[in-house]
Design a binder for this molecule. Structure first.
Ligand code: SF4
Ligand code: SF4
Length: 373
């Protein structure tokens, strides 16, 4: 049976206490790491955004984790690679508030883009994992609870995708445009990077069109578990969704990487009520599975969802063009233009847009069949 520890946490001022409670319930930090260990802490640093935008792991959660690691006599390092290659990484850490925490606590930030990679093969695929992750004695995964346009949900399993440096990340989107195929890559990378502990920032998460264009949502909890699949499963259950509907959870469970059945997960500490007000993202792929396949096939032509740019929000910064793995966006007269036949609907453009200007446009039939919107 897997165990997940939960603490109620109403604000980030209470984050340190909440993290401590969670870890103490699991036996204390010294039951995971030894004095002298090098411990890699992996937050979510998707974009250069302020903590209150709820896109990145909150610095006060990172501060609590760094303090715990130091108290165990180990050396913490903090590292991540944002969603696409950037040449001003320092600005990302600075804006997130994590740079200030690391400077104050004398903790090194490692740059995955410049620290080299290990090539690893699994399930017939080759992956590039940042060296500091595999060189560490122990990895603590510190994700934030958010929705995700392509994988539906991002938390413990999906957060480890950031151990793949820069542009390499987009290659898996190109190779596997189908969300389930892409989720296989995410799970492979999670299994290769082997986080020993997952500490989840669920104080303020994000619902709607996450992981960057959604809405901050008060969830008031911090979770910790050695089983990232179990903590993802419990979170999705608490947010009103059946865990095995999340592609990464389903695949990870089938591969034996963790528990997905709620009745087989022991919950320690606080058990929140299941939320009914959490908005899951619009489905980009077919949800015609409720009707006979012959009719569904006929309707597919008229059933679509695709990214579109809201001209009122777009600043024509062209970040979306650079982040598209298949060059389906090009510079336009005032804003970028889509070449829709090339688009694989990975939603990287939406994820990387700093202005929340990329939205999901749906055909009429899709709107009629969408159950979550
Ligand atoms: S990233 Fe967003 S703001 Fe920048 S050009 Fe694309 S749609 Fe416009
Ligand atoms: S246009 Fe957007 S959704 Fe389409 S392939 Fe490019 S990044 Fe992905």
């Amino acid at each position: 049976m897997s165990t997940v520890s939960i603490s109620r946490c109403n604000s980030y001022e209470e984050a340190e206490n909440a993290v401590r409670k969670c870890i103490n319930n699991l036996g204390g930090i010294s039951s995971f790491i030894n004095p002298g260990n090098r411990v890699l802490i992996k937050p979510n640093l998707l974009l250069a955004k302020k903590p209150e935008e709820a896109i990145t792991t909150h610095p006060q959660i990172i501060e609590a984790v760094i303090k715990l690691v130091k108290e165990a006599g180990a050396t913490p390092l903090v590292g991540d690679s944002p969603g696409w290659p950037v040449d001003d990484l320092k600005r990302y850490w600075e804006t997130s508030g994590i740079l200030e925490v690391c400077a104050r606590l004398n903790t090194k930030i490692v740059n995955f883009e410049a620290s080299g990679i290990y090539k690893k093969k699994i399930n017939g695929n080759q992956y590039y994992i940042a060296k500091p992750v595999l060189d560490a004695d122990f990895v603590i995964n510190v994700p934030k609870i958010k929705t995700h346009g392509l994988t539906v949900f991002t938390c413990a399993v999906k957060n480890m995708y950031g151990v793949v440096p820069g542009l390499k990340k987009t290659e898996y989107h190109k190779q596997s445009p189908n969300p389930t195929q892409f989720a296989q890559h995410v799970v492979d990378i999670f299994s290769l990077s082997k986080p020993g502990l997952n500490i989840v920032d669920g104080v303020i998460g994000m619902d709607g069109t996450g992981p960057s264009a959604g809405n901050p949502k008060e969830l008031n909890m911090v979770l910790a578990s050695t089983d990232g699949v179990a903590s993802d499963s419990l979170v999705t259950h608490l947010l009103g969704k059946y865990p095995l509907k999340i592609p990464t959870t389903k695949i990870a469970y089938k591969k034996g990487l963790g528990e997905a059945y709620i009745n087989k997960i022991e919950v320690l500490g606080y058990y929140p009520e299941v939320r009914k007000d959490f908005k899951w993202p619009p489905r980009l792929t077919s949800s015609l599975d409720m009707i006979p396949s012959s009719i569904a096939r006929a309707l597919m032509k008229f059933y679509w969802a695709r990214p579109s740019i809201n001209p009122d929000k777009c600043t024509d910064c062209k970040t979306c063009i650079k982040s598209c793995p298949v060059d389906a966006l090009r510079a336009g007269v005032n804003i970028p233009e889509f070449n829709y036949p090339e688009c694989i609907k990975c939603m990287c453009c939406m994820e990387m847009c700093p202005e929340k200007a990329v939205e999901v446009e749906k055909s009429l039939i899709n709107k009629l069949f969408s159950r979550n919107n």
